[in-house]
Design a protein around this ligand. Structure first.
Ligand code: DGT
Ligand code: CA
Ligand code: CA
Length: 573
């Protein structure tokens, strides 16, 4: 199945919506709307027209520019222009567009009158009865919106990857233990290590009558069974998360694993490459013109049929991975074992839950060669942040323990607050006593892009500054990212010999995957740190590594793959 006309029309309509939210030129908006209508009404498949090389500009309302966009959608499964627009519009507003009854016009009114930028904002305003008085709204609309919002939350609930990890691993182990089950693997966004997962997709090979379906529906965490079949079953877990199980024959396993791993855009692009070679690629296998199966036992076979090497799941987002694979320049992605230490953690001295010694010994057990102790500074009162005297005393304690502990080097650091004016919440003389200075924003998250960017760059102007921790300060699903000109921040870091952190806390994962790639393209190394507040959290590095891999990072792109000597040298400014 290739891209349908309806999907193309939906993309054009969405672009029109986004342009309208941004108060763009009405003629441009109308051009997209007209194009959407034309595409929707066509009786023949645009994908086929593109593949046959037909002239799209002959269609009404389709000019050169839109024809090129249609070709891009058909061949890549997505449109860069749409992604750019989505990135430029408030993510909250984009989400609100999904609410039935909320078009761009109403969204603009909500934004302009009530400063509504998210589902949560709208819910609050509607509960308070503020929405009914807006022009074009009313009591009934307000009530409808509240109902739609409740349903939207139900529909779009996503789970942090880390929240899903345990049950996913348990389910794998459980199913692998069923007699007659030959193989069980996870697919979908979980396998691609997306920071959030909508549902779990499980694939199994089992001999007939192995009872894998029965066993699946009796899995301990299952709350109810939605459907039960020989090849496909669906359950809902107690957490509310859906899990799909597909039982496939061995001959199709690779094709099915590839298909259900996604992403959808990646699949469509691979399938299109198949079409160009006269092949049919679907979840059952790879088939030649005569309908003969010529591959599909393994994923490698699927890729090989379109002349590509196997592509790691984290890269399968249709962001250039197919081109890179074709040219033999796929990255060799960083692995957990490549990391030599952790450069951000807390102890009971500030808001950590365990002592300095417990943290240090745990890091040593993990095989770390170094651990930087980075307590909060005093501006963060809620975290019992340290003033200069307490930090200096803590440094002595770190040195004393470092003397005693063999096999791991303890580094003296701080997670200093970047104040609103970009100055650092600790005197320079104290900062110069440290091995490294990690700086972070913990206040004034809502500054304008210009002010926030200036603030961060000013902090990096301090020659003692080394690493910008959780750069956007977002909390997934809870607090949106600060408005930062990330390219400017990265360029400034590079010029000054500073680094950006990829914080591995599951709720942060900040930098995100696109930022990681942005850093890599500039030659700016990323630091993968845990920000651990307990010894168990020191193992969160695996989450950071997942995100880094989605961001195409290789060992050489990550600062803390260096040994301690090289690391300290790299931190010198
Ligand atoms: P999620 O669950 O929202 O976090 O994201 P995914 O990627 O796990 O998506 P899901 O569970 O809807 O489907 C699993 C995979 O199945 C998806 O990544 C690609 C494949 N797939 C699903 N629907 C389609 C489709 O309509 N066309 C193609 N080509 N692939 C699809
Ligand atoms: Ca899924
Ligand atoms: Ca699914």
């Amino acid at each position: 199945m290739s891209v349908t006309n309806a999907e193309i029309a939906a993309i054009f309509d969405r672009i029109a919506d986004l342009l309208e939210i941004q108060d763009e030129n009405p003629f441009r908006i109308r051009a997209y709307r007209n194009a959407a209508r034309t595409v929707q009404g066509l009786s023949h498949s645009l994908a086929e027209m593109v593949q046959a090389g037909e002239d799209l500009e002959a269609l009404p309302a389709i000019g050169k520019d839109l024809a090129a966009k249609i070709r891009e959608i058909v061949t890549t499964g997505s449109l860069r222009k749409l992604k750019q627009l989505e990135a430029g519009v408030d993510a909250g507003l984009v989400e609100l567009l999904q609410v039935p009854g909320l078009g761009p016009k109403r969204l603009r009114i909500l934004r302009d009158y009530l400063d509504i930028h998210s589902v949560a904002d709208l819910e609050q305003a509607a509960r308070q009865g503020l929405v009914r008085n807006l022009p074009g709204f009313g009591v009934k609309t307000e009530q409808n919106l509240l109902r739609e919002l409740a349903e939207l939350k139900q529909r779009t609930r996503r789970y942090l990857w880390s929240e899903v990890e345990e049950v996913a691993e348990q389910l794998l182990e459980y199913l692998r233990g069923i007699p007659g089950v030959k193989r069980v693997e996870m697919a979908g966004s979980y396998r691609r290590r997306k920071e959030t997962v909508g549902d779990l997709d499980v694939l199994a090979i089992a001999s007939k009558g192995a009872g894998v379906t029965e066993a699946f529906t009796r899995f301990e965490a299952v709350e109810r069974v939605i459907s039960r079949g020989g090849t496909r079953s669906t359950v809902i877990l107690r957490t509310g998360m859906q899990v799909d199980l597909r039982v496939v024959p061995q001959a199709s396993f690779g094709a099915a694993w590839h298909y259900f791993t996604g992403s959808k855009a990646h699949n469509i692009a691979v399938r299109t490459m198949g079409v160009q070679r006269g092949l049919k690629i679907n979840e059952y296998g790879v088939f030649d013109r005569g309908g003969r199966r010529i591959g599909g036992v393994t994923e490698e076979e699927v890729y090989a049929q379109v002349d590509l090497p196997w592509i790691p799941p984290e890269l399968r987002e249709q962001r250039g991975e197919l081109e890179a694979a074709a040219q033999g320049r796929l990255p060799k992605l960083v692995e957990l074992e490549d990391l030599k230490g952790d450069l951000h953690c807390h102890t009971t001295e500030s808001d950590g839950k365990e002592s300095l010694e417990a943290m240090a010994r745990a890091a040593k057990r993990l095989g770390h060669r170094y651990l930087a102790i980075t307590e909060h500074s005093q501006h963060l009162g809620v975290a019992r942040g340290l003033d200069a005297d307490r930090l200096l005393a803590h440094c002595d304690a770190i040195d004393a323990l470092d003397e005693q502990l063999k096999g791991i080097r303890l580094l003296k650091g701080v997670e200093v607050d970047i104040l609103e004016d970009g100055s650092l919440d600790m005197p320079d003389e104290v900062l110069s006593r440290l091995d490294l200075v990690v700086g972070a924003i913990h206040s004034a998250f809502g500054l304008s892009r210009r002010k926030q960017t200036e603030r961060v760059i000013r902090a990096m102007d301090n020659p003692r500054f080394n690493i910008l921790a959780h750069p956007t300060a977002r909390l997934i699903g809870k607090r949106k990212a600060c408005d930062l000109d990330m390219e400017a921040v990265m360029d400034a870091a590079l010029e000054r010999g500073c680094y950006l952190e990829l914080n591995s806390q599951p709720l942060r994962l900040d930098l995100n995957d696109l930022h990681c790639r942005m850093a890599k393209e500039r030659g700016l190394k990323v630091v993968i740190s845990t920000d651990a507040h307990s010894s168990g959290q020191l193992e969160y590095l695996r989450y950071g590594v997942g995100q880094a891999r989605r961001g195409w990072l290789e060992k050489g792109d990550v600062l803390n793959t260096l040994g301690v000597k090289a690391l300290l040298k790299a931190l010198k400014r």
